[in-house]
Design a protein around this ligand. Structure first.
Ligand SMILES: [Zn+2]
Length: 174
């Protein structure tokens, strides 16, 4: 049963930020899927795929080792459109409450000397990495998050009616 109706987003209006994509019941508790939007969809170039892959590895490693947050993290992974990531956390926190977590996570990329797990035994496409470019995207997004921390529009995106496909199914992208 859907606890809180998820909604679709007008992707021509979305800006980079931290947004609640959906909230679901899992067992006795709630889990929240956050849209961590790094680039502006369809209005600027999407993230380079090798850099995206390196960002996935470095930030997943950061989140799953942060002593204050590691037990809250269920999932971190890239969007297929290459404009951002999904973060799934236990609980139902407002995006503002995870602003510093994301800021620290993206700042950790700037300090990384290697991409963790980028060996043939650990990764499904170990040659598809680009650490220098990952650092460039991470610095840009971290600076943006820091500069806009007090702007409500980076934490709430415009709601639109959920798209219904021709055969009557509701559209989801996650
Ligand atoms: Zn990999």
């Amino acid at each position: 049963m859907e606890l809180i109706a998820s909604f679709s987003v007008d992707h021509t209006a979305i800006i980079p930020g931290i947004f609640v994509s959906r909230v679901d019941q899992l067992g006795d508790g709630l889990i929240t899927t956050y849209d961590i939007r790094v680039t502006r969809p369809n209005r600027e170039p999407a993230i380079d795929v090798a850099a995206m892959h390196s960002l996935e590895h470095i930030i997943a490693t950061y989140l799953r080792n942060d002593p204050d947050w590691k037990d809250e993290v269920i999932y971190w992974g890239p969007m297929g459109c290459l404009t951002g990531f999904y973060l799934i956390l236990k609980g139902n926190r407002k995006p503002q409450e995870i602003h510093s977590l994301l800021l620290n996570a993206f700042r950790s990329v700037e300090k990384a000397d290697i991409v963790p797990g980028a060996q043939e035994k650990n990764c499904g496409n170990y040659l598809l990495h680009n650490l220098p470019m990952a650092k460039w995207y991470a610095a840009k997004f971290a600076d943006y998050l820091a500069a806009n921390a007090d702007k409500p529009e980076i934490f709430e995106y415009p709601k639109t009616e959920r798209l219904v496909t021709d055969d009557g199914q509701q559209f989801f992208d996650s």
